[in-house]
Design a protein around this ligand. Sequence first.
Ligand code: TRP
Length: 378
Amino acid sequence: MAFVVTPWEVSGEIDYKRLVKEFGTQELDAKLLKRLEKHTGELHHLIRRKVFFSHRDLDWFLKEYEKGNKGFLYTGRGPSGKTHLGHMIPWILTKWLAEKLKLKLYFQMTDDEKFLFKEGLSLEEATNYALENALDIIALGFTPEQLRIIIDTKMSGVMYPEAIKIAKRLTFSTTKAVFGFDNSTNVGSIFYTCMQAVPAFLPSIAAKKKLPCLIPLAIDQDPHFRVTRDIIQKVGYPKPAILHARFLPGLQSAEGKMSTTDGDPDTQVIWTTDDPKTVKKKINKYAFSGGKDTVEEHRKKGGNPDIDVAYQYLTFFEEDDKKLEQYYKDYKAGKLLSGELKTILIDKLNVCLSNHQKKREAARKNLKKYLATPEEFS
Ligand code: TRP
């Protein structure tokens, strides 16, 4: 089956094992996870369930950590619209790592990127979404000391001199090969990867010391850092380590990625701001079911949790392994009906979301304190 995974397009039935080969990354193996667990005390369910399944140089990052060279975390968001649950997955794990490893997080908001790549999005709109999306990351429970949000267009005075150091060593022919650009691509887009590279070493500049960087991300962002990793040592900084997540699927299929790009987004995604009624309606109406057509048949033959979107979402959001296993068994055995499984998910999500929404609104008055300023990097 053909599939595509690039920063601009994710489609088809994704074979994550093949992606590891094609991208040249490493699978997260038991030995490395044990080593991580030594420092975190436990393993997050997103790691236990292999939502995070691959890495680059995590062993090196941990080795430095063990030597006392504690680095920092970096991730980001292209603010082209509201935040949905799929965006939150890497951020949830990043928050956990920040807490367990006591590391600071630098979070990049690429309003420049979304302005350059998205037809019809003004720069002002992208910057406004950056501020709105920032509430979702803050709501995960960071203090302003632990989380610095870098909005590209607000920090360009500090970032530009660093970005051009990358740009000088990145050719058009490489960007063509890696990203599929051609002669009709606007020059801002061609340059953009250089901006995404900067937060991987900006904290080192401020600290006047080569700090290890770990970047949790959804695997479609890996190409930017493949390019960055090839260049960054020539600029004088260590290659960032990467931790790759697979995608939260959209409502209508257990494969692929939650995304707003095909059709009406309200039939594909759950926004972090959706109210309980909307969540209920979306799941009941749109979530693809692995259940049988009739109750009798379902009772007799059982459902298929592997293609069932409600079950798949529970693997991301139900922390309790025992409960999850029970749902799996009961659904397969036909004891649990599709509608019942959906209700379990709806209740779970609505508890998470109402908690998140409270924190999100509370973050509004503190937003400014989290926004990085040029001074802190000088
Ligand atoms: N390009 C990313 C996006 O479109 C945003 C981003 C910037 C990012 N820096 C990052 C994502 C670092 C992951 C890690 O969403």
